[in-house]
Design a protein around this ligand. Sequence first.
Ligand code: 1HN
Length: 357
Amino acid sequence: MDIVTTQAKHYEKPELTPERKALYDRLDAKHVAPLWEVLSKIIPASPTPETIPALWRYEELRPLLMEAGRLLTAKEAERRVIMLENPAVRGQSKITQSLYSGLQMILPGEIAVCHRHAASALRFVIEGTAAYTAVEGERTTMHPGDFILTPSWSYHDHGNPGNDPVVWLDGLDIPLVNMFDSSFFERHPEERQPNVIPEGDALARYGANMMPVDYAPSGHSSPIFNYPYSQSRDTLDRLYRFGPVSPCHGVKMRYINPATGGYPMPTIGAFIQLLPKGFRGLTHRATDATVFSVVEGSGRTKVGDQMFSWGPRDLFVVPSWYPVAHEADVESVLFSFSDRPAQQALGLWREEAPVRA
Ligand code: 1HN
């Protein structure tokens, strides 16, 4: 399907005469400026993202991450992460305009010390089965494909008591928090927070289509903090068999806060989708720039004019409003996250699915 690239008509700038230019210089000296000179730039007719589509191959990143593991400890680094930087905005520690992402590695025997910050975080486990993350007193073991939350201002630490490195994808709303100048950070007095809640408590209490009768939310995020891949994979499998399959998204599910049906965190939403073998998806687009992590399978995604071929553990980013179409050679699973909840809360989110030819 073809992509609509026609731009709506926009306001045209008035002519720049010598007298006008002289006025603009006098305005400039007083730290004021004429709106009409910049209006179409600051209010584009449709999104004009500065970030660009990009793909990272896990097999290229993994050796570099392992070398970082030889050169510094998790404790020295606070968090041993190689950041996925959008190629168009290098040095800004962002993958999209609003989100930060990176690959974090923790070696056998290491811990990542306990701290908390205003930024909300998610983890999507890529490799290794033995690490745990602890959030507000409860630990959870991290398995590949698990989607794990660290809500804003919750104490968290990680550890790897196993024999192999563990790698996960981090997604944080750091650029968004910094846009509001609302960042806070503090260390816990201990390296590890006390383990006061039995493992599995949150999932048992909130993850079985029931809520404690006297449940009262303690914050803005989901009371579940590990959404295990075993459950999400099984759901995708059954829904594929039951149908229907979306022509754009395959079988696509949104992770929820079970107390509200809304997103797990106020600023970052996450999704998991199955693309059937031989799937040829229709082109669609939305205003939430999205980071994808390939869990299983192989295929291709067309983003704008670019075609990204992907396999397990590869990562790619689709900026806002870029047309996207997925294809799968074999049955494939993609995890993704974006700032969709923030945009929806502010009444800004739009989608076009499928994009009109
Ligand atoms: C952080 O706390 C983690 O807890 C990961 O694993 C990445 C990036 C910036 C600031 C804090 C983590 C982070 C981070």
